[in-house]
Design a protein around this ligand. Structure first.
Ligand code: FES
Length: 151
């Protein structure tokens, strides 16, 4: 092997080693970066009581909740997430029931399962009045379906 050939092979070897180190460094950086799924906050304000009408519940798509306002009973907040596989249920005023479009589960207005395959009733979340007069929903606090906030 002459000097020119030796230098040529040496340069190629150094380039290969540099590439391998770059790929390894990228893998280490990727490994050190946490694979965390950031969820939206579970406690949030949804507006003032007067923003909600009596009668049919108000669906808040971003929060996946239904807000009920009853003249006598006050406010209650139901989850719009089906307890089967997590599809978003839709409330129908013609039968006052929640229907899941995915596999046909039906929930009564109280959230109880009327027709499966949903294994559990819909969740109800605590709703309170914040200092600024807005309704504050806490999805970490599951409450009985009978829970109401009188305002
Ligand atoms: S996700 Fe609702 S019935 Fe399956």
């Amino acid at each position: 092997m002459n000097r020119r050939s030796f230098l040529s092979w040496g340069t190629a070897g150094m380039a290969t080693l540099g590439s391998a180190m770059a790929v390894s460094f990228g893998a280490v950086v990727r490994f050190m970066t946490p694979s965390v799924f950031y969820e939206p906050p579970q406690t949030f304000k949804i507006g003032k009581p007067l923003d909600f009408a009596y009668g049919a519940p108000t669906f808040l798509a971003d929060e996946k909740i239904y807000v009920f306002r009853d003249r006598d009973k006050g406010f209650s907040v139901a989850s719009a997430v089906c307890t089967h596989l997590g599809c978003t249920v839709k409330f129908f005023t013609n039968d006052d029931q929640f229907h899941c479009p995915c596999h046909g589960s039906i929930f009564a207005e109280s959230g109880k399962v009327v027709h499966g395959p949903a294994p559990r009733p819909l969740n109800w979340f605590e709703v309170t009045l914040a200092r600024d007069g807005q309704l504050l929903v806490d999805k970490d606090k599951i409450v009985p379906a009978s829970y109401r906030l009188m305002v």
